[in-house]
Design a protein around this ligand. Structure first.
Ligand SMILES: *[C@@H]1O[C@H](CO)[C@@H](O)[C@H](O)[C@H]1NC(C)=O
Ligand SMILES: *[C@@H]1O[C@H](CO)[C@@H](O)[C@H](O)[C@H]1NC(C)=O
Length: 778
């Protein structure tokens, strides 16, 4: 050892004494690093594109039949983490940029995981959660109520989800490596307001007085640190609806949470690219600044640009590798991509439209109790901070969550320590006996009811008012809809009483034609990762409902006397997870029958039923006991009906090819940062190829004299891909690509490209590409 050191020291001409000092310093650092990281888990992250069909498909969330997808704002992803004890149990958590989880999707993902990994991943330890964007393709749920507006089941939406979730879990599985997890919490004040304060106010004053706000403001964040690669991801939970994009938007979007995730992943990769001093050739956005310093003469740039005219559309192989480079080029080879997920929690009554709800005709605030304007609900709309620009509102609410998450990420120091464990049970919520405390002492047994929706459901909310003559806070109903309802199913007296004071509009739990209208069997699930506990709920808990559930579980854990759960026990609710069953209000909020109360499916005691069932899971978790698996939910895939017609064929006018530019950038044009470049191409239906993990649109920058480098794709916030056809049955269509040049864009010569796939009459698919003329950004 001495000899070796001496010879190294000699070789580098470092005096032996200094050498020793260095060695001991390195040893101390090494030691403290291992102590600090103290990797106690295996962690793995994964992410995969689940954008789905960007045309013709109804969007899930607002139940607006006219809200049909026609392009992409930015892409949707399934983001996963797996945490395992090296010799013990493991849990998988998947966050979807989708409106909610679907029972059918969950069932099929579990089947695929079983085929691949045997019993490693089952319904017990896999949680699949939705962020509640209202701007993703619908038709992937199995119960009738949730696919009425999408003209039934949409196979493409469903497949994109099942495939993407599976691939993201496989990636996380393959990335499993020793690492540690840190948890951090903080308040974010300006990203959500209560949209049904009149219902919240019906909760007991003594309970309300325990809280400063009428919505939860806390974000809980996990930071995943891989022993080899350092930080590899973060997941956080914060309550606010995915309704920054409105009910008339037609571009696929992850709304505020999807935006926050995109911002944070790009932030991390760009920051680490800078600090890692990578080969600059591999970083397009940085390369471009180097080129611009060579050609900083505007005339030179213009001349260069003028030599690149638009090129006619031409056949292409499936083009996705070019687009993939935009993001992967920011990363070090082999290093897993940074995965950042913004997950949903008890957002039931929380709106991101933080300016409040106003009447669009008069501009005055809507009626407090009913959210109406002159008695009508369809004029009352919530306003986001970017009002009247919904893209701005999405960006701002996304950025607020992103900034808070970065804060929490940078300062996270409390390490998760302890067992990984889970419990899961299926529960029939249609006739569950629930023991609740009785007024004046003792307890009584009450029951939940078969699912039913109240009249105020059809009124919608201030985030997306319903189209019919309904209002929130309605406990009477109207005769016309009662008639329509009676054609479907007349609820009997028992059902009416069970749901009271909810006036029943749709008796969904008792409607079985052509197949089940609503779920009755629901999954409840609890995960434990050290001192963090995740409660997976299949619906949207209101603020106070979430508080009651978390408190009930936390009290059990910390008073269990097992010593495993101290005051630093963190309990989060994962909303819209594993399946979907609409809302859960408190008993008191239910009495007011706003939208959330009307959509609380199993009657006034729905929340108490959840608390009871989660207490069973918690107790079993503490005692190390098993729980009853419960009845299996149905698999209704074979019964699904679809009315969405397939693409028949695509065509172009005579003399025009797919991918030809129909409207180019003006010749020799120069654009300033902040301005928008628009190019229109002859195109074909995006349903022919979803371009999964690829792109329909690309911005490229000129490197040197003739080499083009991808810089922005349709997953970037600044680039919009809009697709349209002149009439519903026309085989002709166009793609409009709009690039709003970000302030961070480098100066240089750019061009815009479009990728697509056309269907011939005989059904074969031909990929194509087209390119605009070059232009200068100065
Ligand atoms: C564009 O610029 C080039 C080179 O500067 C020039 O030759 C050409 O005539 C210009 N075209 C138009 C339409 O102005
Ligand atoms: C809302 O309803 C409550 C209960 O009926 C009533 O006391 C209150 O005055 C109403 N508020 C407004 C602003 O109309």
């Amino acid at each position: 050892m001495m000899e070796l050191l001496a010879s190294i020291g000699c070789h580098f001409r470092i005096p032996l004494k200094t050498m020793w000092l260095w060695i001991s310093l390195v040893l101390v650092l090494q030691y403290s690093k291992t102590v600090l990281s103290d990797s106690n888990y295996l962690i793995g992250m994964g992410s995969y594109d689940i954008t789905g069909p960007a045309a013709d498909v109804n969007m899930m969330g607002y139940a607006n039949t006219e809200q049909i997808a026609s392009g992409i704002h930015f892409r949707l992803r399934a983001r996963s983490f797996i945490v395992a004890e090296p010799q013990g149990k493991r849990v998988v958590f998947v966050n979807l940029d989708a409106c909610m989880a679907s029972q059918l999707v969950t069932i099929k993902v579990l089947e695929r995981l079983k085929a691949r990994y045997g019993n490693l991943y089952t319904e017990q330890n896999v949680a699949i959660s939705g962020i509640h964007t209202h701007a993703g393709p619908g038709g992937y749920l199995q119960y009738v109520v949730y696919i009425v507006t999408s003209l039934g089941f949409v196979r493409q939406s469903f497949d994109a989800l099942v495939d993407g979730i599976e691939k993201s879990i496989v990636q996380a599985h393959e990335n499993l490596q020793p690492g540690s997890i840190f948890v951090n919490k903080g308040e974010l004040l300006d990203a959500g307001v209560n949209r049904s304060p009149s219902a919240y106010l019906n909760n007991p004053a003594s309970e309300r007085s325990k809280y400063k706000y009428n919505v939860d403001k806390e974000m809980t964040l996990l930071k995943f640190v891989d022993d080899q690669w350092g930080p590899v991801g973060s997941f956080n939970w914060f309550a606010t609806h995915g309704t920054s994009m409105s009910r008339t938007n037609s571009l696929i979007s992850g709304d505020n949470k999807g935006a926050a995730a995109r911002f944070m992943e790009d932030w991390f990769e760009q920051n680490s690219a800078k600090s890692d001093e990578l080969d600059t050739d591999e970083i397009p956005r940085r390369v471009s600044s180097i080129i611009s310093s060579i050609h900083n003469n505007h005339h030179e740039l213009l001349e260069l640009a003028s030599s690149f005219q638009s090129s006619p559309g031409k056949p292409a192989t499936r083009v996705s590798s070019a687009a993939r480079r935009v993001r992967s080029a920011l990363r070090q080879a082999d290093k897993p991509g940074f995965v950042s997920a913004f997950c949903q929690t008890n957002c039931g009554d929380v709106s991101p439209n933080v300016l409040g709800a106003f009447c669009i005709d008069t501009g005055v605030p809507c009626d407090f109790n009913h959210s109406t304007c002159g008695g009508k609900n369809e004029l009352c709309y919530g306003r986001g901070p970017g009002y009247p620009d919904e893209f701005e509102s999405t960006r701002i609410i996304g950025e607020r969550q992103f900034n808070k998450a970065v804060d929490l990420f940078n300062t996270a120091s409390e390490q998760l320590k302890g067992k990984v464990d889970y419990r899961h049970s299926y529960v029939d919520f249609s006739q569950l006996e629930v023991t609740i405390p009785k007024e004046g002492g003792g307890s009584e047994v009450v029951k939940t009811c078969p699912a039913a929706m109240g009249f105020a459901f059809a009124a919608g909310t201030t985030d997306g008012p319903g189209a019919f003559d309904f209002k929130q806070g309605d406990d009477k109903g109207n005769p016309f809809w009662r008639l329509v309802r009676n054609l479907l199913k007349t609820p009997d007296k028992k059902q009416v009483q069970c749901h009271s004071p909810k006036p029943i509009l749709l008796d969904t739990g008792e409607m079985k034609q052509p197949y089940d209208w609503a779920p009755s069997i629901l999954p409840v699930q609890i995960f434990r990762i050290g001192q963090l506990v995740i409660l997976s709920v299949p619906g949207e808990f209101t603020t106070m409902s979430g508080r009651r559930l978390r408190d009930a579980v936390k009290t059990m854990l910390t008073s269990s006397g097992s010593g495993e759960f101290g005051s630093n026990t963190h309990v989060v609710i994962a909303g819209l997870t594993n399946t979907y069953s609409q809302y859960i209000t408190t008993f008191e909020e239910y009495q007011i029958q706003r939208y959330e109360g009307a959509s609380t499916l199993y009657g006034p005691h729905t929340l108490s039923a959840y608390i009871q069932e989660f207490q069973k899971l918690t107790s079993a978790l503490i005692k190390g006991q098993a729980v009853e698996p419960g009845p299996q939910p149905p698999d209704l895939l074979k019964k699904q009906i679809s009315f969405l017609t397939p693409v028949v064929m695509d065509s172009t006018p005579a003399g025009v090819n797919f991918g030809d530019v129909s409207s180019d950038v003006p010749a020799n044009s120069t654009f300033k940062r902040g301005s928008t470049v628009t190019v229109v191409f002859w195109s074909a239906c995006p349903r022919n190829d979803l371009m999964t993990e690829g792109t329909f649109a690309l911005v490229e920058i000129l490197q040197g004299k003739d080499s083009w480098v991808p810089t922005y794709d349709d997953d970037d916030f600044c680039l919009r891909f809009k697709w349209s056809r002149p009439s519903k049955l026309s085989p002709r269509s166009q793609a409009t690509i709009e690039w709003t040049i970000p302030p961070s864009a480098s100066l240089g010569v750019y061009r815009i490209r479009h990728f697509g796939a056309a269907k011939r009459l005989m059904g074969s698919i031909q990929h194509f590409t087209g390119t605009s003329s070059a232009f200068v950004v100065a």
